[in-house]
Design a binder for this molecule. Structure first.
Ligand code: C2E
Ligand code: MG
Ligand code: MG
Ligand code: MG
Length: 281
């Protein structure tokens, strides 16, 4: 009689269960529509190199023109897309658009465009081949892109994961460990990660007034330096945060202090502000 019981259960709890489920279903539908109608586009955030005092990179971030997704962060719909097996299509359309943007702009020598890749997508054994094919067809050198992967990918390292990273290395793309500190990368892993760059998550940067958070960030900087990873601090919004991070030895920054996500052209023109107007709201 189990099916019957389940029906009763479902009926009784309909109002509580259905809302998030329906929401998920409608987000999934909206993502599907956005893919088929080509309603996704990219915005860019500059990566400022303090030692050269110039923008030496940018991160591409996904945005949507559609009514239903416009107000949502990709943080909300990317996980839905992952569950619905739509992430490969999204990551590939992002890659194509990012490569097209590289071709359309005059970029300074050494400029690198960072692209977020779902950890799930990276597990696909043909991933590196797809990257290679996309680079070739766009006529962009692999060293012009950096693939950002979140820590979840690195939790359990196995042969397959090591191989994907090695393949990407062999192609010549850079790999970045995104949102560092929010996941479960153990010290054991840190020493054998095959990444080029580590990005300190903005949740640490915006807690820098807290002495304990400062100690944590300080040790992140020390570890990255000792292990020879390039380090980027994300979510820098004030000159105080910038100066403090610089004093620790971090030289590469991203955040609203320089620019909100915008066109690649505007991102390239971003400068360090001399002062910051404080708005009293
Ligand atoms: P992320 O890769 O860590 O991207 C940084 C997020 O922090 C972006 O939010 C950016 O707008 C925000 N951010 C950067 N600096 C500041 C700051 O100074 N202040 C504040 N308040 N926010 C700042 P966004 O665009 O909502 O993206 C959220 C997440 O969605 C990304 O985190 C990334 O994990 C994912 N995502 C975004 N675009 C893509 C994409 O094209 N593909 C995939 N697979 N994931 C993406
Ligand atoms: Mg990122
Ligand atoms: Mg991040
Ligand atoms: Mg993030």
């Amino acid at each position: 009689d189990q099916p019957k019981d389940r029906t009763v259960f479902a009926k009784r709890y309909t109002s509580e269960l259905d809302e998030p489920l329906q929401r998920k279903a409608s987000v999934e539908q909206a993502v599907r529509r956005c893919i088929s109608e080509d309603d996704f586009y990219l915005v860019f955030m500059p990566l400022y190199d303090a030692r050269r005092d110039r923008v030496m990179g940018a991160e591409a971030l996904l945005r949507s023109n559609s009514e239903s997704l416009r107000q949502l962060s990709p943080e909300v719909y990317i996980p839905v897309a992952e569950k619905a097996n739509l992430i490969q299509e999204i990551d590939m359309l992002v890659l194509r658009k990012a490569l097209a943007a590289i071709k359309q702009h005059e970029l300074p020598e050494g400029f690198v465009l960072s692209i977020n890749i779902s950890a799930q997508e990276l597990l696909d054994s043909e991933f590196a081949q797809r990257i290679d094919a996309a680079l070739r067809s766009a006529g962009v050198s692999a060293s012009s892109i950096c693939l950002e992967v979140t820590e979840t990918f690195f939790v359990h390292m196995d042969e397959a994961k090591v191989e994907v990273l090695d393949q990407l290395r062999a192609l010549g793309c850079l790999v970045s460990l995104d949102d560092f500190g929010t996941g479960y990368t153990s010290f054991a892993h840190l020493q054998r990660l095959s990444v080029d760059e580590i990005k300190i998550d903005r949740s640490f940067v915006n807690r820098l007034n807290d002495p304990k958070a400062r100690v944590v960030v300080e040790s992140m900087v020390n570890i990255a330096q000792a292990l020879d990873y390039k380090l980027v601090a994300e979510g820098v919004e004030t000159l105080e945060q910038l100066d403090y991070l610089r004093s620790l030895g971090c030289h590469c920054f991203q955040g609203f202090l320089f620019s909100e996500p915008t066109t690649l052209k505007k991102a390239l023109a971003a400068r360090k502000p001399a002062t910051v107007e404080i708005s009293l709201r």
